[in-house]
Ligand binder design. Structure first.
Ligand code: CDP
Length: 787
């Protein structure tokens, strides 16, 4: 029996079963496809079969003649409304429906609205589009070649495929450090294009009420408030007349941050037909056209002394952003937080230069559980450290231990300017090594190598930067990244908390209730968490980049603290003592020195709504709100150790063990934290060994189904071995740091390092992800095995 089963819901922090699971496990969740409205019509999107082609003509007459079709919308229709193009979250523009050219395979060309889903899909085949094919840019490394076709010729004066050039760190100083170093190791690394592939695909139901002029949109959105504001700005609709509802969401992972053409078409469809319109994409559409992640081509370098003191890291990146820059990063950071690639080490200098390019592929570059490109950053530095260990012929664990930041160095400003808030890195690595039995593993590896067996041990140590972010330097489309929260205690002592973030399975209905419970001593079961409805919740920028706990969680904690302070004044009136004479203990204010004389939060709540005479200036009722502007990001960290066995005949990798020690500061609900880590580890195994969104030379997507784009299952995953250290964030009201993406960030490097460690007897230095059996087998070919 677990502690949870023994004791029921704990007050405050601790393991607690998720409150929302009661409806999920009974099949009572409400996802987009569950939304049914009277008279609702259904939409389907016609997509481009070509990656790059000029549109000569579109003939919709046969589709319009279909008996069940109510309307067909093309780019031309939208052009008339000024809606053919929409802004992306990165100040680019994206075609809602193509007018001039198609720029990736799967791009939206027309939208059919019919009486049922089947008729809408059937009618797509009746639309006749004449295309004039153009050569496609598929390889990002060739996108800037002088003879590369220009993809975005819609943009005035655009004569190449460059989106941005961005750098961070001190180049001159870094070059100097590299010039003086005893050892320099360089390596080309690809972090391939992967897809978040949430369980629920994207969709929307739009309902424009012609009588009230109110537009209600149910959509798979990780950021309902931001979407509403963008709709208001783009369509010119008054913001108070738009309600965005993000109901239960079947996984986001960054995929549901952008606004997709399908959402806009559903809205336009509802305006045009006067009826609610539902659009839900299928799996192939989700994989081919919605936001991907990664696609970073990196040339990394690491410099050290001959006895292994790491001095500097540098990297040149070509970032493939697809046909429209649809990435979602804070404005000042077009490469996200990639410049945290200095990792967990005390470096003298670091520099990165990132060039974003357009290619004829789906747009995006969103966080797939990666905290704004921190996954790429961690992969870079952790591969480089392993390559350095190989060069110096030292143990990679020892090399890391020698170079990790020490606890007394915090707060630590890294070479690219981040201020890491807190950490005890050596303790986390030591704990991971203890759980793994590191020396014994190395001894076993030695014995196996002597027998010609390929066993590998891979370490990765990561520092994340999560909780975007401080308003003074973080915004998306000009909207600052503060979060609102409102806490209200009802007369009977039960509470409701309204939050601006939107859960997609992370368990916010439980953990945010626990935060209020911790502050007010009300059982989490008696606290309702309201989220995902712009008419019901305060403004905020949404859930991605593990920002919910660092920002919204802090807002909730501060709002609850304000309620507690108001309760103190009411209690002082009830007890007829000065507020200064009161002390707080788990759910009650009592008179200092007289613990019996006290009032519980429930008694205080009733009194606050009663006729009790309150002190001057106190209005009654018991509620408070907060808009939390974080002073800094939080910096969770962790040490992961992976053990693999590689089949020398087939190249097949079996992940035998994966030890994950995470430090996310104070854990609100350790059970949910562990669940988050489990999911992220599985994603890491998937990316390292199985997943790539590949294209052929013409830009045809080769990953449009789960037969081709592989997801890890329990068969590929070992039983995870978790550990934890707790180093509170000094600036977060409850000391918590984010954790939702930690394991996705940390684990791919551990798995890849393990596979390359296994291949060491073949002298293989590096191979790019995904390390499929074919890739591993190829890496071994033509190399003699040295035992
Ligand atoms: O933004 P997102 O919810 O994806 O990420 P997060 O803030 O890291 O939180 C993921 C889940 O873990 C939420 O339910 C959090 O409240 C919970 N969590 C926790 O219990 N303790 C922490 N220190 C961090 C997160």
């Amino acid at each position: 029996m677990t502690a949870v089963e023994e004791h029921g819901a704990p007050m405050g922090f601790g393991p607690m079963h998720r409150k929302e699971d009661a409806r999920f496990i009974r099949g009572r969740g409400t996802y987009i496809d569950d939304v049914q409205l009277p008279g609702m019509l259904h939409g389907a999107v016609l997509r481009s079969p070509l990656a790059h082609a000029r549109i000569v003509s579109i003939d919709t007459r046969a589709a319009e003649a279909h008996p069940k079709v109510r309307a067909v919308i093309t780019g031309q229709t939208l052009d008339g409304l000024g809606l053919a193009w929409m802004p992306t979250l990165s100040y680019d523009t994206q075609a809602v429906l193509a007018t001039d050219k198609v720029r990736f395979q799967g791009q939206e060309v027309a939208f059919v609205i019919a009486e049922d889903r089947y008729a809408a899909r059937d009618a797509l085949a009746l639309i006749d589009v004449e295309y004039e094919p153009l050569p496609a840019v598929v390889d990002a490394l060739k996108a800037l070649d002088p003879d590369a076709p220009v993809i975005r010729d819609d943009k005035d004066g655009k004569s190449d495929n460059r989106i941005f050039d961005w750098e961070s760190g001190d180049k001159a100083r870094t070059d100097e450090v590299f010039a003086q170093a005893d050892v320099v190791v360089e390596q080309d690394l690809l972090y391939p294009r992967v897809h978040p592939a949430p369980l629920e695909t994207c969709g929307a139901v739009a309902d424009m009420n012609p009588a009230t002029g109110k537009l209600t949109v149910w959509e798979t959105s990780q950021a309902p408030h931001a979407h509403r504001t963008v709709y208001a700005m783009v369509a010119g609709l008054p913001e108070q007349k738009i309600r965005v509802i993000s109901p239960d969401i079947g996984g986001g992972f960054g995929n549901k941050v952008p606004i997709y053409p399908g959402y806009v078409c559903a809205v336009v469809g509802s305006i045009v037909t006067g009826k609610p319109v539902k659009w839900v994409e299928d799996r192939a559409e989700n994989l081919m056209s919605t936001s991907f992640a990664r696609d970073y081509h990196m040339r990394g370098g690491i410099a050290s002394t001959k006895d292994g003191k790491i001095l500097g890291v540098r990297v040149e990146v070509i970032a493939d952003h697809g046909a429209f820059n649809g990435t979602a990063q804070p404005t000042k950071f077009p490469a996200g937080f990639f410049h945290v690639f200095t990792g967990s080490y005390d470096l003298r200098a670091a520099h990165c230069h990132v060039t974003g390019v357009y290619t004829n592929k789906a747009p995006g570059g969103v966080a797939y559980a990666c905290s704004f490109r921190v996954t790429e950053a961690v992969y870079l530095v952790e591969r480089m450290v392993d390559l350095l260990a190989r060069e110096l012929d030292v143990d990679p664990g020892e090399l890391r231990m020698k170079n990790l930041l020490r606890p007394e160095q915090f707060p630590y400003t890294c070479a690219t300017g981040w201020e890491y808030d807190s950490g005890d890195y050596p303790a986390a690595l030591q704990l991971a090594m203890d759980i793994a039995g590191y020396p014994e593993l190395r001894a076993e590896q030695q014995r196996r190598r002597e027998r010609g067996e390929l066993m590998g041990i891979g370490i990765s140590f990561f520092t994340e930067a999560v909780g975007a972010g401080p308003r003074k330097h973080m915004d998306i489309l000009g909207l600052g990244m503060a979060d609102g929260a409102e806490v209200r205690v009802h007369p009977t002592g039960k509470a409701v908390v309204r939050i601006s973030v939107q859960t997609q399975g992370q368990g916010h209905e439980t953990t945010f209730a626990q935060i209020v419970s911790d502050q007010l001593g009300i059982s989490p079961d008696d606290i309702e968490v309201v989220h995902g409805d712009t008419d019901q919740t305060p403004f905020g920028l949404g859930t991605y980049g593990s920002r919910s706990t660092p920002v919204s969680g802090a807002a909730v904690a501060v709002a609850a603290q304000r309620v507690r302070e108001r309760a103190k004044v009411v209690a002082s009136a009830m007890l007829e003592v000065s507020p200064d004479d009161l002390e707080w203990e788990s759910g009650r204010w009592f008179v200092r020195g007289d613990p019996e004389a006290g009032r519980t939060i429930g008694e205080i709540a009733l009194a606050a709504h009663s006729t009790l005479e309150l002190p001057e200036g106190v209005e009654g009722h018991l509620d408070a709100s907060c808009v939390y502007n974080p002073p800094n990001l939080t910096f969770p960290f962790g040490a992961y150790i992976c053990v693999v066995d590689v089949d020398g005949e087939t190249g097949k990798v079996a992940v035998r063990r994966l030890v994950a020690v995470d430090d996310c500061g104070v854990r609100i609900n350790p059970m949910i934290v562990e669940g988050q880590v489990h999911g992220g580890l599985a994603e890491g195994v998937g990316m390292a060994l199985m997943q790539v969104m590949a294209f052929d030379e013409e830009g045809n997507n080769l990953g449009g189904s789960f037969m081709d784009y592989l997801l890890p299952t329990s068969v590929e995953c070992p039983s995870w071995e978790l550990g934890a250290t707790v180093t509170p964030s000094p600036h977060h009201p409850i000391g918590a740091k984010g954790v939702g993406e930690s394991a996705t960030v940390g684990s791919p490097a551990a798995v890849v390092n393990a596979v390359l460690d296994a291949l060491k007897p073949y002298g293989v230095r590096h191979a790019d992800m995904p390390l499929t059996p074919a890739a591993v087998w190829r890496a071994m070919q033509g190399r003699p095995l040295r035992t």
